[in-house]
Design a protein around this ligand. Structure first.
Ligand code: ZN
Length: 277
């Protein structure tokens, strides 16, 4: 059943990358004014800042920290580089713990020309090498499957079934899934795999935006909710039926919208969220 219309912004989260031109301080002022209640912090927004102090400022601004984006990128041809990725992910977990972010989103990685099966095995091993540290830090790791158009160099995990299989193979309390409609909307198995993920207690994040026709840039031309062809209420209905009660996270990479006044854009986000998400 499709989800009911959203009547308030109590579960509205915005990713800092959505309003990339704003500094973290500017976002902390602008988000609450637009009714935003949660924030997912991209690491770029923390550059040159103390994560613990930043976390305190975010909470003082009245925002819940939903997650830190992003870790991952485990596959590499050389063992030394795979180890470097594991070390980097442990540092990202430390950063999340200092910030007070309960979750790190993983874009798992891929190596152009390396067989996908090999990359998937390296992803499994990489996450396994970080998971105990994450658990000790009280941070969870969410595998985000990416649309197959990114299978060459961004992620060899391309469907929710693959993410669920990976979580089952790892069977670790700190490892679950982030579902992003942009990556998953086309999948005929989506409803069943969302239900499977929910049954396992591993559906930990829900990212929303829309798929525009035509899409002019494969990375940075995402649409706002209602601008494209994704059945957002249908998918949100499946996610809620699977027991998910967390934030709806607006994650929009848009060359066009990054050029706009970001405060006016946040109003547009709020409106699209209430009317179309
Ligand atoms: Zn996402």
């Amino acid at each position: 059943m499709p989800a009911a219309a959203l009547t308030d912004t109590s579960k509205l989260c915005v990713h800092t990358i959505t309003t990339k031109p704003l500094s973290l301080d500017e976002a902390l002022e602008a988000y609450p004014r637009a009714g935003v209640r949660g924030i997912t912090v991209w690491r770029q927004a923390l550059e040159g800042r103390n994560p613990a102090a930043s976390g305190k400022r975010i909470r003082e601004a009245g925002l819940s920290i939903v997650s830190l984006c992003r870790g991952g990128f485990f596959p590499a041809r050389e063992a030394s580089r795979r180890q470097a990725a594991i070390d980097e992910n442990r540092r990202i977990v430390d950063e999340a713990a200092a910030l007070g972010a309960p979750l790190v989103v993983l874009v798992c990685g891929a190596v152009p020309g390396q067989p996908l099966g090999e990359s998937r095995a390296q992803i499994r091993d990489g996450i396994a090498a970080v998971a105990d540290h994450a658990r000790a830090c009280g941070v969870k790791l969410a595998v985000e499957p990416l649309h197959p158009m990114y299978a060459d160099d961004r992620s060899a995990i391309n469907t929710l079934r693959q993410a669920n299989d990976l979580c089952e193979a790892l069977d670790h309390p700190a490892v679950g899934v982030a579902a992003d409609v942009y990556h998953l909307w086309w999948d005929p198995e989506l409803e069943a795999q969302i239900a499977r993920c929910g049954r396992a207690g591993r559906l930990w994040a829900f990212h929303i935006c829309d798929w525009k026709t035509p899409t002019e840039d494969l990375l940075n031309d995402r649409g706002l909710m209602g601008e494209g062809c994704i059945d957002l209420r249908g998918i949100r209905g499946w996610v809620e039926a699977a027991g998910f009660g967390g934030f709806n996270e607006v994650e929009v990479f848009s060359n066009r919208r990054w050029k706009l006044d970001q405060r006016a854009y946040l109003e547009e986000i709020r409106k699209a969220y209430l009317e179309r998400a």
